[in-house]
Design a protein around this ligand. Structure first.
Ligand SMILES: Nc1nc2c(c(=O)[nH]1)N[C@@H](CN(C=O)c1ccc(C(=O)N[C@@H](CCC(=O)O)C(=O)O)cc1)CN2
Length: 288
């Protein structure tokens, strides 16, 4: 068997094309949404992701506002930029690129953001709204994974899903999205403390691998026909991405997301969705 591809690049392109039409409609009504980014330090991966977010903005017609600080920036200097974007009317949504340099209290920075401008859905208020089933911007990677599965016709309802990882951007929020009534999946969350990861994986209809451990998921761990999403980003000596999923898994799985070209482009597209949806809500509120 050779798995079908969950093509994130093509799916993200479809989403962006729809967003371009919606942004043009907002502009005609006098609303010009803009995405802000705060990047601290010179991590090449983070620089690349942020550059990609601004390219996407240009593609769909969103304004973009970039703030860059050196790796030596203090907590106070970063918080000053957060306050500035909270007040800037041209910036209708923004993100703080993670991770922040060592020594910076990431949670304090996220908590200082205006939740109404939180384009990542990672502010504690918005994560709380998600828990309470209230409308909120959804965390971009988990939402990107759901959209990727839906658009390829992979059945989520009733599926046994194993999420490997418990980080703030993917592992923690992923089960919250999957267990909403609209998805109705049954989720097992695995992590470094899980005793027999392989036993959990072999039962899964859908595997979401976000551990950051190169080739952690082997062909013998995967149930034949399962959908396997690789969100792991490690780099080899040449700087190339090595995912959490061993290439041999493609011979066993029914569906597989390439890495790169799978979940990454979806993360970026769903970020734009959050910005456009917030602007559409503001436009609707102004009309009443
Ligand atoms: N504030 C946030 N920080 C981080 C997030 C996040 O969602 N919000 N997630 C990751 C990084 N990330 C988004 O910021 C991200 C990761 C990967 C990609 C992407 O398009 N990857 C390409 C490959 C690019 C490459 O060659 O390196 C792909 O998968 O095809 C976009 C965004 C951590 N930080």
């Amino acid at each position: 068997m050779s798995a079908q591809i969950l093509d994130g690049k093509a799916t993200a392109a479809e989403i962006k094309s729809d967003l371009a039409t919606r942004v043009a409609a907002l502009k005609e009504r006098g609303f010009a949404p803009g995405l802000g980014t705060i990047l601290v330090g010179e991590d090449p991966g983070s620089q690349k992701y942020v550059a990609g977010k601004h390219r996407d903005c240009a593609e769909v017609g969103l304004a973009s506002i970039q703030r860059e600080l050196p790796a030596t920036a203090t907590q106070e200097e970063i918080e000053a930029v957060v306050r500035e974007l909270n007040e800037d009317p041209a910036c209708t949504g923004y993100i703080v690129q993670l991770p922040l340099p060592k020594g910076i209290d990431e949670n304090r920075v996220l908590e200082l953001m205006d939740p109404a401008k939180d384009a990542d859905g990672l502010h504690p208020t918005n994560l709380g709204r998600l828990v309470l089933n209230e409308p909120a911007p959804l965390p971009c990677t988990p939402n990107g994974i759901i959209q990727l599965l839906r658009r390829h016709g992979v059945e989520i309802k009733g599926a046994e899903v194993v999420v490997v990882g418990r980080g703030v951007t993917i592992g923690r929020p992923m089960p919250l999205l999957l267990t909403r009534r609209s998805e109705n999946a049954t989720v097992t969350q695995c992590h470094t403390g899980t005793k027999d990861l392989s036993a959990h994986l072999r039962r899964a209809d859908i595997v979401i691998a976000a551990a950051g451990v190169p080739h952690l998921i082997k062909p013998e761990d995967v149930k034949p026909g399962a959908a396997v999403l690789d969100v792991g980003v490690s780099r080899n000596e040449e700087g190339r991405i090595v995912g959490d999923v061993h290439p041999g898994v493609a011979e066993v799985a029914g569906w597989i997301s390439p890495n790169p070209g799978g979940v990454g482009p979806m993360t970026r597209a769903l970020l734009l969705v959050n910005v456009v949806e917030a602007a559409e809500r503001a436009a609707a509120a102004a009309a009443h």
